[in-house]
Design a protein around this ligand. Structure first.
Ligand code: G6P
Ligand code: MN
Length: 445
C-alpha cells in the first residue's frame, strides 16, 4: 500500500509516520512518498523519519520528491497537509486582520478566509491531478481550513476526499474522562462545520450523560473547554462547543488579547520552525532529537490552554483514542481493511443537516468501512448554532466562488459576510491588505 504525503516536508509528518510504525498488520502502508515544493524541508523530514524507523522491522519505505505527479501515481492513499504561503503566510493572515481590529487566526474569521483564498486553487489543482493519476485513491485532507478545503476537493473527487481534524476527538475524550465514562462505549453527538461544532449529547448505553456534566459546575471547571467558556455560559448553551467557538463567543476579548501579544502564533511557529529545519539539515546532528525538542516546545506553548499534548451501528461508540495522526491511521485502516469504526470527520452533508445542501461539507460522526465514510444521524442543531453554521458556510461558498472566478468583489463579499467582520469597508481593506502581502492572491482581479 502506497501513501503519498503532500506537504511531506511538514513538521507534523513524523507524527503520521510514527503512527504508521505502530501498524504491523496485513494491509498496512508499506511505502511512503513525501512530496513538497521545498527540497530542504524534505531532506530534514526524511532524516527524522530514518531515525524513527531505525531498528523497526516492516517500517514503511520512504522516498521523497518535488514532482507532484510522480508522488501521486499509483497511490492508494493521499494525505494532503500543505500550507500554501508557509508559516510566513500564516503570520501575515494574523497580522493584517489584527491591524484592522478583527480576529487574526489561522482558520477562523478574516485570517481563515485569507488562508482559504490562497489554498483553494492549489487544493483544487491537486484534486484534479488525483482524479487523473490515482482515480482509486482516497484523499485524507488535513490542509486547513480543513472543511472548506475538503469541500473544494470534493467538487473533483466526490466522497473520495475526507477531511480530518483532531479537535472534536480531543473534546470528546475530555468529556468522557471528566464524566468517568468509558470512551470505548460513548457516542459523541457532535455536529457542525470544522472548528465550528457542538457536543449536544454523550450517549452511553442509550443514556445521555451530558446533562450530568452541564448540571455540575465542579465537573465543568475541571476540563479545558469548561474553563475556557465558563460553567454559566455552557449551562446557558446546553451544549459544549468546540474550543474554536471561543473566538465567536468571546470575540472582543480574543481579538484584544491577540493584539497585545508580542508575536502571533504564526510568527512564533515561523521562527521556531526555521531553527528546526536549519538544525535538522546540519551534518552530525540527530534530526529526530531536534524534532522532538521542537515538538515538545510547540505543544507547551499552545495558545489556548485547552490543548492536550498528546443506521445499523448508528450508535456505535465514536473512536476517541487519538489525536490527528491516530484519526488518520484509524481512517485508513477502516477503508483498507474494512474495519468498521465511527470517527468524527469532514464529509459531504447528504441529508444530515437539513438546512444545508447535500454537497456542503460538514463535520459529523461517520461510520467508516471499505466503502468510505457515511455520516450518521445526529440531533438537530439549536437555532443559534444553525444560524452560525449557515452564515459561515455562505462565506465558504463565496471563497470557493472567488477562487474559481478570480473575482475581487466576490472575495470582498466573503470577508464582509463573515460574522466576525463587522463592516463592508473593513472587508475591502482586508482584501487590499492581504493582496499586498500574499503572492498567492495575485489571481484576484
Ligand atoms: C489544532 C487544530 C488544527 C490547527 C492546530 C494549530 O490541532 O485542529 O487544525 O492547525 O490546532 O496548532 P498550532 O500549533 O499550529 O498553532
Ligand atoms: Mn483542526
Amino acid at each position: 500500500m502506497k501513501l503519498s504525503i503532500l506537504g511531506g516536508g511538514g513538521f507534523r509528518v513524523p507524527l503520521v509516520y510514527g503512527a504508521l510504525l505502530t501498524d504491523h498488520d496485513e494491509g498496512r502502508i508499506t511505502e511512503v512518498v513525501l512530496h513538497d515544493v521545498d527540497d530542504r524541508r524534505l531532506y530534514a523530514v526524511t532524516r527524522v523519519l530514518a531515525e524513527q524507523a531505525a531498528g523497526i522491522p516492516y517500517a514503511p519505505a520512504v522516498s521523497a520528491t518535488t514532482n507532484l505527479d510522480e508522488a501521486l501515481g499509483g497511490a492508494d492513499f493521499v494525505f494532503s497537509a500543505i500550507r500554501v504561503g508557509g508559516l510566513e503566510g500564516r503570520a501575515n493572515d494574523e497580522r493584517v486582520a489584527l491591524a484592522e481590529g478583527v480576529l487574526g487566526q489561522e482558520t477562523v474569521g478574516a485570517g481563515g478566509i485569507a488562508y482559504g483564498l490562497r489554498t483553494v486553487p492549489v487544493a483544487a489543482d491537486i484534486a484534479r491531478r488525483v482524479a487523473r493519476l490515482a482515480p482509486d485513491a482516497w484523499v485524507i485532507n488535513f490542509t486547513n481550513p480543513a472543511g472548506l478545503v475538503t469541500e473544494a476537493m470534493s467538487r473533483h473527487l466526490g466522497d473520495r476526499v475526507i477531511g480530518i481534524c483532531d479537535s472534536p476527538v480531543g473534546l470528546g475524550r475530555r468529556i468522557t474522562r471528566v464524566l468517568g465514562t468509558d470512551p470505548k462505549h460513548a457516542f459523541v453527538d457532535y455536529v457542525g462545520l470544522n472548528h465550528l461544532g457542538w457536543v449536544r449529547a454523550l450517549r452511553v448505553a442509550g443514556r445521555d450523560e451530558l446533562p450530568r456534566l452541564l448540571g455540575d459546575p465542579v465537573l465543568l471547571g475541571s476540563f479545558e473547554e469548561g474553563r475556557l467558556f465558563g460553567a454559566d455560559w455552557l449551562q446557558s448553551l446546553g451544549a459544549i462547543p468546540n474550543e474554536y467557538l471561543h473566538y465567536y463567543y468571546f470575540n472582543r476579548e480574543t481579538v484584544r488579547a491577540y493584539q497585545e501579544v508580542e508575536r502571533t502564533r504564526g510568527a512564533f511557529l515561523r521562527d521556531q520552525q526555521a531553527r528546526f529545519y536549519t538544525e535538522a539539515c546540519a551534518p552530525g546532528v540527530s534530526a529526530l532529537r531536534a524534532w522532538d525538542r521542537t515538538r515538545a516546545e510547540r505543544e507547551a506553548t499552545y495558545m489556548a490552554e485547552n490543548r492536550e499534548s498528546s443506521g445499523a451501528g448508528e450508535r456505535e461508540p465514536v473512536d476517541l483514542s487519538g489525536g490527528y495522526e491516530k484519526v488518520a491511521l484509524a481512517l485508513m485502516r477502516a477503508i483498507a481493511r474494512d474495519e468498521r469504526v465511527t470517527l468524527i470527520l469532514n464529509v459531504r452533508n447528504r441529508y444530515t443537516l437539513p438546512v444545508l445542501d447535500a454537497d456542503a461539507v460538514i463535520e459529523v460522526p461517520c461510520l467508516v468501512d471499505a466503502s468510505g465514510a457515511h455520516p450518521l444521524a445526529v440531533d438537530p442543531l439549536p437555532g443559534h448554532a444553525t444560524g452560525l453554521v449557515c452564515a459561515v458556510k455562505a462565506v465558504e461558498r463565496e471563497v470557493l466562488a472567488a477562487a474559481e472566478s478570480g473575482s475581487r468583489a466576490t472575495a470582498v463579499k466573503a470577508f464582509a459576510l463573515h460574522p466576525l467582520v463587522d463592516s463592508v469597508s473593513v472587508a475591502r481593506r482586508l482584501v487590499e491588505g492581504y493582496a499586498e502581502v500574499h503572492p498567492g492572491l495575485s489571481y484576484l482581479e
